[in-house]
Design a protein around this ligand. Structure first.
Ligand code: CMP
Length: 147
């Protein structure tokens, strides 16, 4: 099924965009939209609301507001799962062990679990919410099958 997902390139990895874009295109995704933004603290809190009670939340907010991020809408076959496989495990140290070619292994920092290069929506519902969050004015046609 064709899906859309929200990808976010995090501050430390934004200057690696040319390499990351190459991977995205080689993987067969269509880049539907791209926007570079600096998140305000309140926006970051909203985006990551599900993690608000986690011990790493303050560090995550500090990091994600420390510079511009690149928000992308990616489309393709099984885009949500496909993008998460391209990312690799959340923790970069684990990614380097288990998926050395993955985007997080290549562009993330093994010293801080928040500095993992990029984010991807984890479900159809999250993808909807996160696409709306970064692209509130965008009207997207329904995908042919599934969401
Ligand atoms: P992301 O996919 O953007 O979703 C939540 C983020 O929290 C995650 O990537 C990491 O950047 C950050 N984070 C920091 N510590 C942890 C942790 N121990 N487990 C999961 N996510 C973490």
């Amino acid at each position: 099924k064709i899906q859309r997902t929200l990808a976010m390139v995090k501050p430390d990895a934004v200057d690696r965009w040319p390499e990351i874009e190459k991977i995205i295109l080689e993987e067969g995704f269509t880049i539907v939209e791209r926007r570079q933004v600096r998140l305000m603290r309140a926006e970051a809190e909203e985006f990551y609301a599900e993690h608000r009670d986690k011990p790493f939340f303050p560090d995550l907010l500090q990091y994600i507001t420390s510079g511009d991020v690149l928000a992308l809408i990616l489309a393709g076959e099984d885009a949500i799962g496909h993008w998460r496989r391209v990312l690799g495990p959340t923790r970069v140290s684990e990614a380097r062990q288990e998926a050395p070619g993955s985007l997080r292994a290549r562009f993330g920092s093994p010293h801080n679990d928040s500095h993992n290069a990029a984010h991807g929506s984890d479900s159809v519902n999250s993808a909807h919410r996160e696409i709306k969050f970064f692209f509130p004015d965008l009207t997207l046609e329904p995908v042919l099958t599934g969401e």
